[in-house]
Design a protein around this ligand. Structure first.
Ligand code: FES
Length: 89
């Protein structure tokens, strides 16, 4: 479980261990474009402003993942030991 801060509104959304960031953010009433919800289409890519990411998608290259400028919120999560992400959302 971890928290995601949405930089555009200053809101913070909690993401339980069994939920995706996409689900949690949508439940909070924030609209995010998505399609496959499986980490393969790239539609839900969101810029990352702070935090360590556990990238679980099949879109980003290893270089992209190391840079962590963005993430696919349908499958990727905060890395172990990181309790808070800030997204440009
Ligand atoms: Fe397709 Fe997230 S919705 S990668």
């Amino acid at each position: 479980p971890f928290d995601v801060e949405l930089s555009r509104t200053g809101r913070t959304v909690h993401v339980a261990a069994d939920r995706t960031i996409l689900d949690a953010v949508e439940e909070a009433g924030v609209r995010v474009l998505s399609s496959c919800r499986q980490g393969v289409c790239g539609t839900c890519e969101i810029p990352v402003l702070a935090g360590e990411i556990d990238h679980r998608d099949a879109i980003l290259t290893p270089e992209d993942k190391a840079r962590s400028a963005s993430m696919m919120v349908c499958v990727s999560r905060a890395a172990a030991g990181c309790s808070r992400l800030t997204l440009d959302l």
